[in-house]
Design a protein around this ligand. Structure first.
Ligand code: COA
Length: 157
């Protein structure tokens, strides 16, 4: 397996991102138009793309809301899961949020998403609230998780 590389999303990533999204979330995927709109949301929004060889293997997105930043999405293609790439993406988002001065990073996740919950709790995210029956049509709860970011800025201490 070739090594994985991370880069900030470019307009040329829109096609591969939409194609991977369609594989991962059939029926509920962001279209190319949605990706164009998300990328146009910079600088508040930032998307990171993980490639293995020529292939887009994953992506992650951040919404910079000031003191509190939100994880918009983290996803890894099924054939690349289970070898730390989700962690690489989440670490990179935390770095991005921290560099922008965020004190907290928040996200929302389905309560039945075992893999994502394992990834988040392992990295210090903790549940702050549960939205009962939030996801339709199945009525799965949504969990809102938060992590307080360490402040290691130039000049501190
Ligand atoms: C969640 C997701 C990004 C994880 O990607 P990944 O590359 O497999 O994650 P990693 O290999 O970095 O694993 C991270 C941790 O989660 C654990 N994990 C991964 N898959 C798991 C599973 N199916 N069940 C339980 N734990 C799992 C790993 O063991 C690892 O824990 P560790 O750090 O203690 O070893 C991936 O499963 C995915 O894309 N899911 C679909 C999209 C999605 O649900 N995104 C989150 C939306 S909120």
């Amino acid at each position: 397996m070739p090594p994985a590389h991370l880069h900030r999303a470019r307009w040329s990533d829109v096609g591969p991102l939409a194609a991977l999204e369609a594989r991962l979330f059939p029926g509920d995927a962001w279209s190319e138009a949605s990706w164009w709109s998300e990328l146009a949301g910079r600088p508040r929004r930032e998307y990171l793309v993980l490639t293995v060889g020529d292939e887009v293997a994953g992506y992650a997105g951040l919404d910079d809301g000031g003191d509190v930043a939100d994880v918009m999405t983290v996803a890894v293609a099924p054939e690349h899961r289970g070898r730390g790439l989700g962690g690489v993406l989440l670490d990179a988002l935390e770095d991005e949020a921290g560099a922008r001065g965020a004190e907290h990073l928040m996200l929302e996740v389905r309560a039945d998403n075992t893999a994502a919950l394992a990834l988040y709790t392992r990295r210090g995210f903790a549940e702050v609230l549960r939205r009962r029956g939030y996801y339709r049509p199945d009525g799965t709860d949504a969990l809102v998780l938060r992590k307080t970011l360490s402040r290691e800025r130039a000049g501190d201490g």
